[in-house]
Structure formats: structure tokens, C-alpha cells
Design a protein around this ligand. Structure first.
Ligand code: ADP
Ligand code: ADP
Length: 221
């Protein structure tokens, strides 16, 4: 019962060039329901490529991407974008919050874009902010928040549309070690409480060890 299944994924950049770069070779992995999987990889091993393929932003040369039992591989941009909006949440090293909007608005807007009513979106934003301990920061703009607070708002935004799977790329990588630890705990609690599945890339082996399973990506897939 997997939320995400990557089946024998291969990806080579510059396939037809004089110097092709093979990145992933026959890679398979699965993320189960409510499972949190760490993705640990040396730089250049293809972590971003893998997350882009899992996030339906890029397509593999070979292999299949199965999301909630549905084969996404051959689908066009329309259904892929829709699945991205409805079933996936993204968190990056940098928060990417909209600077001119408040914390609450940053969590409300993606819901409105998804057809949720203003009142329901507002209620969900307040609930999420409460879960990450930021109810008192709802009217603040990103620039008025600390780095750790910005990331916590970004977690809420990623969960705004109740995705089935969270894809995170070094979600606390920009924070000092002590803040990183605390903010990571907040993320894990949020993920556990909402029963979310997650694939989280990190270089931090201590953080990786707190997840359910660790997948290591070698130098060449
Ligand atoms: P990681 O995120 O693990 O550092 P990436 O997935 O970004 O690795 O990249 C893996 C390898 O593929 C690297 O050698 C990188 O230089 C190469 N690469 C990434 N994107 C491209 C691209 N668009 N064209 C050619 N090579 C690429
Ligand atoms: P729109 O901009 O109309 O909302 P997009 O296709 O750009 O539609 O975005 C759909 C979803 O995919 C959004 O949740 C967005 O955050 C995510 N997304 C779009 N582009 C990228 C990207 N380059 N990297 C990661 N996530 C992306």
C-alpha cells in the first residue's frame, strides 16, 4: 500500500550529446502510507533529479512513477500539474514564501487556488499555524519572521491542500544546527500528527536516523 512507487527509473542528461551524464540507473523505491523515508546522497548523486521525477516536474527516460496507485509516467502536463497541486507538498532549503503576504495568507492562497472556500482555508491555516507554534505570527510577513519561523510557515503551506506525500529537499539545511534540530522536530511532529507520507532528502545523518527508513543514493544511482 504505497503512496509513491518509483519502478526501475533511469535518467541520463544529454543523452544524444558527446558527453552524456547518466544519473539514475534502474532505481526503484517505495514510500508507504504514513511512512517517513530519508534520502541520503552525496552531492551530485542525483538527489535533485530523483525529487524532480517524484515531484512530477521531470520525467525519467525509463521506468515508471506510480502515485497513489496511478501510473503518472505517460500523462500530459495537465494531469501532472493537477496531481502536483492536489497530492504533493514541497518544502525546500529556502522557504519561498510570498514576501508581500502574511504567514496566514501564504497558507490560505494555495487552498483558494484549489477551490477551497475562504473560511475553510482560513480555519485550516490557523490550525496548521497552531500545530507549529506560530498562531501569534499569523499576521506577520516573511521578512518579520526568523529563519526557523519562516521554514515552519513553509511546512504549513506545503500541507495546506492535505497532500498525500511531502517531498522535502534539505528542509532545515539553511538553519544553524540547534535551530535545525528544533525545526526538524516540528516537521516530524506535524507529519506524524497528520499521517502524512514523506520523502526527505538530507545530508544530516542524525536527522535521517529519526525517520522510519534511510535510502542511500550512490554516486551513480
Ligand atoms: P544532487 O542533487 O544529488 O547534487 P543532481 O540530481 O542535481 O544531483 O545532479 C546529478 C548529476 O547530473 C550531476 O552530475 C549534475 O551535474 C548532472 N545534471 C543535473 N542536471 C543536469 C542537466 N540539466 N543537464 C546536464 N547535467 C545535469
Ligand atoms: P501554478 O503556478 O499555476 O500554481 P505550477 O505547475 O507552477 O502551477 O505548480 C503546481 C505545483 O507544483 C505547485 O504546488 C508548485 O509549488 C509546484 N512547482 C511548480 N514548479 C516547481 C518547481 N520548479 N519545483 C518545485 N515545485 C514546483
Amino acid at each position: 500500500n504505497e503512496v509513491l512507487h518509483l519502478d526501475a527509473i533511469s535518467k541520463t542528461y544529454g543523452k544524444d550529446s558527446a558527453a552524456p551524464v547518466p544519473v539514475l540507473k534502474g532505481l526503484s523505491l517505495g514510500v508507504g502510507k504514513a511512512e517517513v523515508v530519508a534520502l541520503v546522497a552525496p552531492s551530485g548523486a542525483g538527489k535533485s533529479t530523483l525529487l524532480h521525477i517524484a515531484g512530477l516536474l521531470d520525467t525519467p527516460d525509463e521506468g515508471r512513477v506510480i502515485l497513489n496507485g496511478r501510473d503518472m509516467t505517460g500523462l500530459g502536463d495537465g494531469p501532472r500539474t493537477e496531481a502536483r497541486r492536489q497530492e504533493l507538498g514541497f518544502v525546500y532549503q529556502f522557504h519561498h514564501l510570498l514576501p508581500e503576504f502574511t504567514a496566514a495568507e501564504n497558507i490560505i492562497l494555495p487552498q483558494l487556488a484549489n477551490g477551497v472556500s475562504q473560511s475553510a482555508a482560513q480555519a485550516r491555516a490557523q490550525d496548521l499555524l497552531g500545530r507549529v507554534g506560530l498562531s501569534h505570527r499569523d499576521s506577520h510577513r516573511p521578512a518579520e519572521l526568523s529563519g526557523g519561523e519562516q521554514q515552519r510557515v513553509a511546512f504549513c503551506r506545503a500541507l495546506a491542500n492535505q497532500p498525500a506525500l511531502l517531498l522535502a529537499d534539505e528542509p532545515t539545511g539553511n538553519l544553524d544546527p540547534e535551530t535545525s534540530d528544533k525545526v526538524f522536530d516540528v516537521l516530524m511532529t506535524l507529519v506524524r500528527e497528520t499521517g502524512l507520507s514523506a520523502l526527505i532528502a538530507t545530508h544530516n545523518l542524525d536527522l535521517a536516523s529519526r525517520m522510519d527508513r534511510v535510502i542511500r543514493l550512490g554516486e551513480h544511482g
